[in-house]
Design a protein. Structure first.
Ligand SMILES: [Zn+2]
Length: 99
């Protein structure tokens, strides 16, 4: 069985000299770092509320629903929700009037 070296670099820029996990390009340490970075990225993405362009009534309703859903499930703080709701309200008041 052939052992390959980890393909990651250490913090100082030099190549990691540890053996890689079987079927993985990194050693245990760098694999754990990568998993931690992925979890952090997923957590940040789940806290992001994508409002989209608030250019018409349906877009404003979608944005409002997203903010309320994020507020309800605890992924958005009341302070941030208030700011977003003020932005949605501002967009709503500035929609072009039909007729
Ligand atoms: Zn490594």
């Amino acid at each position: 069985m052939k052992h390959t070296r980890c393909s990651a670099n250490k913090a100082d820029g030099t190549p990691c000299r540890n053996f890689a996990h079987a079927r993985l390009p990194h050693c245990h340490y760098h694999h754990q770092l990568e998993l931690r970075a992925r979890r952090r990225h997923r957590a940040l993405r789940s806290r992001t509320v994508r409002l989209g362009i608030l250019g018409d009534g349906p877009a404003i309703l979608r944005a409002l629903n997203r903010v309320l859903k994020s507020l309800a499930n605890g992924s958005l703080s009341p302070d941030r929700a208030q700011i977003l709701l003020q932005c949605i309200s501002l967009a709503s008041r500035n929609l072009p009037r039909c007729g």
